[in-house]
Design a protein around this ligand. Structure first.
Ligand code: GDP
Ligand code: IMO
Ligand code: MG
Length: 420
């Protein structure tokens, strides 16, 4: 059976932990969106990794890790990651990099800084939006172009010429040289070029052969470029619909669409966040939950669970099951708040607004739920869980109408329990 692991909030839900856990039973693991903006924490045999591009399945032998066409690849980051993973494992993970995935270049990061979008949108400054923009504007460089350096050079030259016209007085831009860019890129990408190939056919074969395929989403539903809190979103499709387009297969047979969400809410970067709390409660959620970005180290904003957003995300992805993470972080908070509705201009609404400006105007309407004091981080059997924890899980399940099958109480793979 194939499974897609999808983030249901503003990213950092614990997707890395969950995919790493599930990948041991899969043969093909596919990252389908985003780039090195993602930071997925994996604890593999006691060693902590922050992965940015390589799917978490790469930690197991006899698996194929596909980076599919919806991704944007920064070869410098990918090469580092591949080398450090190979060192840890004692063997090199088998990758397949889609020839039609786009390449993030140093000038994409430069453009992001020049345009000030890092500051305004609170982006990860990994060149993500400029790279996806080049893709849509038909002037991007794709991984497959690197197999033909003359093609890559002419594409780079065209982009560099355009950039120089656009930024006539910026010395960094004026110093760009297509040949130097290509030389650097070939040095970084060189060891990985044998992995560049036709990922779409490989995916089709895997489905036809009824292999167990595991998909690893990056970012979260509320950051989806079309369906998130636009314009405070990333530039890729983070949802199940995006998966289908990325791999080039209509209606792929993915029986389990597993949505991952935290027991509370976080957001990093700019943009509205109705249930954000401030003061002591936020400080405590952040310090107990270790809420600092894996990619940028920025402190994440924290708040109570937003059920309006969660219901929207579950429905949009057609989730068949859910994983709740970081329940351990809520221990000792007294009563826990959740937000089943917003108030917008005096009216109660339960539909997630698609515009950031409207979301900004929404006030949370909270419900209170009994909390628990016990440390639950060592619980390994749900029958040992305090009744209040099970009631919190059951409450969320009733609200969203999809079963919560996985319960996580710590970053380690062992701190995960299946729920019938
Ligand atoms: P991702 O981007 O969705 O893979 O999530 P991140 O790795 O960016 O952030 C999740 C953080 O929470 C990481 O530090 C994980 O190690 C940690 N984590 C995951 N599940 C749990 C959990 O159940 N409890 C606690 N305390 N930490 C968790
Ligand atoms: P994972 O996969 C959390 C956020 C950035 C910013 C916005 C746009 O670890 O869940 P971008 O650099 O993508 O143009 O930034 O999206 N963002 C994430 N937030 N987790 C992520 O990935 C994110 N990837 C991007 O902080 O607000
Ligand atoms: Mg993350």
């Amino acid at each position: 059976m194939s499974t897609a692991v999808l983030g249901l909030q503003w990213g950092d839900e614990g997707k890395g932990k969950i995919t790493h856990l599930l990948a041991k039973d899969a043969r093909v693991i596919v990252r389908f969106n985003g780039g090195a903006n993602a930071g997925h924490t994996v604890i593999d045999r006691g060693v902590k990794f922050g992965t940015h591009l390589i799917p978490a399945g790469a930690f197991y032998p006899d698996t194929l890790s596909i980076l599919s066409s919806g991704m944007v690849i920064d070869f410098a980051v990918l090469c580092d990651e591949w080398q450090s993973l190979s060192k840890h494992l004692g063997w090199s993970p088998q990758l397949l990099i889609a020839e039609n995935a786009h390449v993030v270049l140093p000038y994409h990061r430069l453009q992001e800084d020049l345009e000030g979008s890092g500051k305004h949108f609170g982006t990860t400054r990994r060149g993500i939006a400029p790279c996806y923009r080049d893709k849509a504007a038909k002037r991007g460089l794709r991984a497959g172009d690197l197999l033909y350096p003359d093609i890559a050079l002419s594409r780079l030259q065209a982009s560099v010429d355009l950039l120089k016209q656009a930024w006539p007085s910026d010395s960094d831009v004026q110093q760009l040289d297509a040949k130097d860019l290509l030389d650097d890129l070939m040095k970084q990408a060189g060891p990985l070029l044998p992995f560049v190939g036709d990922a779409t056919s490989a995916m089709m074969d895997a489905f036809e052969n009824e292999e167990d395929i595991l998909f690893e989403g990056a970012q979260g539903t509320l950051l989806d470029v079309d369906h998130g809190s636009y314009p405070f979103v990333t530039s890729s499709s983070t949802t199940f619909a995006g998966l289908s387009n990325s791999i080039g297969i209509p209606s792929p047979d993915v029986a389990d669409r597993l949505g991952v969400f935290k027991a509370y809410m976080t957001r990093v970067g700019a943009g509205p966040f109705p249930t954000r709390v401030d003061g002591e409660v936020e400080e405590r959620l952040r310090s107990v939950g270790g809420e600092f970005g894996v990619t940028t180290g920025r402190p994440r904003d924290c708040g109570w669970l937003d059920l309006v957003a969660l219901k929207y995300a579950v429905r949009l992805n057609g989730c068949t099951s859910l994983a709740i993470t970081k329940l351990d972080v809520l221990s000792g908070f007294g009563d826990i708040k959740v937000c089943p509705a917003y108030r917008l201009e005096g009216e109660a609404i339960s539909q997630f607004p698609l515009s950031a400006e409207i979301l900004e105007r929404c006030e949370p309407e909270y419900a209170s739920i009994s909390g628990w004091d016990d440390d639950i981080s060592q619980v390994r059997d749900l029958s040992d869980m305090p009744a209040a924890v099970m009631e919190y899980i059951a409450f969320i399940e009733r609200e969203v109408g999809v079963p919560i099958t996985l319960v996580s109480v710590g970053p380690e793979p062992e701190a995960t329990m299946w729920r019938a």
